[in-house]
Design a binder for this molecule. Structure first.
Ligand code: UDP
Length: 236
């Protein structure tokens, strides 16, 4: 029996790149979708928020020198592209998915309507929330916290390339160790970056736990939903 019934999975745009320099790596997205399928087959309700950093970011790369709000809207549109790619890969892998956008773009995807999202989840469909929060100056981490709280997810699962929260950057410090569990307050005191500050504050206020783990490790999402100690749990 899975330990979790409804999850909000946050995938960064960069995770879709695999070893490529930008864009969507086919083998990588298929592998991620297969991980998602494993947990849907257990009856877990899955909502996904995907980033856009593999295509465009409002604060880096091609956006330097641009009006920030305009650049952020471009970033949100990048998340729509990733959401479409993800949902299409899900279709190919036998998962029924629905994309809902925080920005009106009806010819492409349906708008985000909370009761409809809840209905889809209850029907066992995977819901992909596109266009972040729909507002510039925010990130998809914040969208994950927001939608997670709205749909009553039990946890926000942040899939990254690193398999948890470490005492220091494991790429720079060979003595860095991974926290198995940490409280919100400890993470603040130790100045650990789990989600961006707005997203972190929202989860803390709503007592919505966060688990940081690596989706690149085969079977990790399944282990997480089965309640095994994978990555780092941030809790109240
Ligand atoms: N973005 C935004 N508002 C949101 C979510 C995203 O303006 O609510 C923009 C922002 O420019 C951001 C880009 O979309 O840089 C891509 O999202 P993010 O950087 O969170 O993607 P990730 O790092 O997860 O790939």
């Amino acid at each position: 029996m899975p330990a979790l019934k409804r999850i909000l999975l946050k995938l960064s745009g960069e995770a879709l790149m695999g070893d490529d320099a930008f864009g969507i790596n086919r083998a990588t997205i298929v592998r991620m979708v297969q991980e998602i399928r494993e947990v849907t087959e257990l009856g877990v309700e899955v909502a996904v928020v995907i980033g856009g950093g593999n295509i465009f970011r409002g604060v880096a790369g091609g956006s330097v020198g641009m009006d920030r709000a305009t650049a952020d809207y471009m970033g949100m549109l990048a998340t729509v592209m990733n959401s479409l790619a993800l949902a299409d890969t899900m279709r190919q892998e036998g998962i029924t998915a629905r994309v809902m956008s925080a920005i009106g773009i009806e010819q492409v995807v349906e708008p985000y309507v909370r009761p409809k999202a809840l209905q889809y989840l209850e029907e066992g469909k995977v819901v992909v929330f596109a266009a972040g929060t729909g507002n510039p100056f925010f990130t998809t981490d914040t969208a994950a916290a927001l939608r997670g709280a709205e749909i009553g997810a039990e946890i926000v699962l942040k899939a990254t390339k690193v398999d948890g929260v470490y005492t220091a950057d494991p790429k720079k410090d060979p003595n860095a160790t991974r926290y198995a569990r940490i409280t919100f307050d400890e993470a603040i005191t130790k100045n650990l970056q789990v989600l961006d500050a707005t997203a972190f504050a929202l989860c803390r206020d709503q007592k919505l736990p966060i688990r940081v783990f690596s989706i690149l490790k085969p079977g990790s999402l399944k282990r997480v939903v089965m309640g095994e100690d994978e990555g780092t749990l941030v809790h109240v």
